[in-house]
Design a protein around this ligand. Structure first.
Ligand code: PAF
Length: 285
C-alpha cells in the first residue's frame, strides 16, 4: 500500500489508473479504524479494481466544544489494517493540504433538505462540514464508486443528496452497521466509554429493536413509542438527544399510513461525555 499525503501525487496516480481503464473506489474515513471501516474496504475491493482509503480528521465538521483536538489519531495502526485488507492507496493529508486557503470563508456545500433536524439540530454546521469535505475528496479522486457506513444514516443521505443535486458522477454505496457481539454499533467514539458505560451502551440498540418490533406489530402512535423509549434510556443513565421514527428514504416524519418497512428509527444519546448514535431500519431487523 502506498501512503500519499499530497493532492498532486494522488491526482497523478489516479489519472494513470483511469488511463489504464481501471475502476476506482473511495473509502473516506477519519481513521481510528475498526471492523466497520474495514468492511467498507472489503466491499470497495469487490466494487472496483483499485481502492483508495482516506484518513482525514476534518476540522470543518466538528462544532465548537466537540472532540476535534482529542479525536483519536492512530495513523500507524490504521495503515497496517488498511494494508492487510488490500487497500492500494491511503491518502492521509494534513489540514493545510485540504484547506490551503484556510477554513475561514472556505466555499461550503450545504444540503438543507436533510439538515437542521436530528443530528443536524444539535450539531449545526456539521453536515455542511461533511458535505464540503466529501465533495472535495470526490473531486480530487474522481472515483467510480464511494462507500459509506449506514451507522451515520443521516450523513449517508446527505452525501447521496449532494451527489444527486450537484450531478457528481459517482455511485454511492452503503454497508449495514457492523456491531459488537452485544449489539453495540462499532464506533471510534466507543473507546471513550468506561467499563460501566460500555456495559450499558448496548441498551441503545435494544431500544431500537424493541420499537421496531412494535412497529412491525402495527403500532402507529410514533410519539408514544419515542417517549417511552427515551424514558427507558434515561433509566439506564443515558441522556437521550433524540429517538425518532422517520421515513427511511428522506428522514421526514411518517404518517400513520406509512408501511413499517419504509420506516427507520434513529437515536442519539449521551452516556457520560460520549455521544452515541445508532439506527435501525424496521425492514432489516
Ligand atoms: O463518517 C466519517 O468518518 C466522516 O464524516 C467522513 C465521511 C469521512 C467525512 O469526514
Amino acid at each position: 500500500m502506498h501512503i500519499i499525503h499530497h493532492t498532486t501525487e494522488l491526482r497523478t496516480q489516479v489519472r494513470q489508473w483511469h488511463a489504464a481503464g481501471l475502476s476506482v473506489c473511495l473509502v473516506p474515513t477519519m481513521g481510528n479504524l475498526h471492523e466497520g471501516h474495514l468492511a467498507l474496504v472489503d466491499r470497495a475491493r469487490q466494487l472496483a479494481d483499485r481502492v483508495i482509503a482516506t484518513i482525514f480528521v476534518n476540522p470543518l465538521q466538528f462544532i465548537q466544544g466537540e472532540d476535534y483536538d482529542t479525536y483519536p489519531r492512530t495513523l500507524e495502526e490504521d495503515s497496517l489494517k488498511l494494508s492487510e485488507r488490500g487497500t492500494d492507496i491511503l491518502f492521509a493529508p494534513e489540514v493545510a493540504e485540504v484547506y490551503p486557503s484556510g477554513l475561514e470563508n472556505h466555499t461550503e456545500v450545504s444540503v438543507p433538505a436533510l439538515d437542521g433536524f436530528l443530528c443536524g439540530a444539535s450539531r449545526p454546521g456539521h453536515f455542511t462540514g461533511v458535505a464540503t469535505v466529501v465533495s472535495k475528496l470526490l473531486n480530487l479522486v474522481q472515483p467510480d464508486t464511494a462507500v459509506f457506513g449506514e451507522k451515520d444514516y443521516q450523513q449517508l443521505l446527505v452525501i447521496k443528496r449532494m451527489v444527486s443535486d450537484l450531478c457528481i458522477p459517482v455511485d454511492i454505496q452503503s454497508l449495514p452497521t457492523v456491531r459488537e457481539e452485544d449489539g453495540l454499533a462499532m464506533s471510534s467514539r466507543n473507546n471513550y466509554l468506561n467499563e460501566e458505560q460500555r456495559r450499558i451502551a448496548p441498551e441503545l440498540y435494544k431500544q431500537l429493536q424493541k420499537i421496531a418490533d412494535q412497529l412491525r406489530a402495527g403500532e402507529t402512535d410514533y410519539p408514544t413509542l419515542e417517549h417511552a423509549g427515551m424514558d427507558e434510556l434515561k433509566q439506564f443513565g443515558f441522556e437521550p438527544e433524540y429517538l425518532s421514527v422517520r421515513r427511511r428514504h428522506d428522514l421526514q416524519l411518517p404518517s400513520t399510513g406509512t408501511p413499517p418497512e419504509e420506516l427507520i428509527i434513529l437515536a442519539a444519546a449521551r452516556l457520560g461525555k460520549t455521544r452515541l448514535i445508532d439506527n435501525l431500519q424496521v425492514l432489516s431487523s
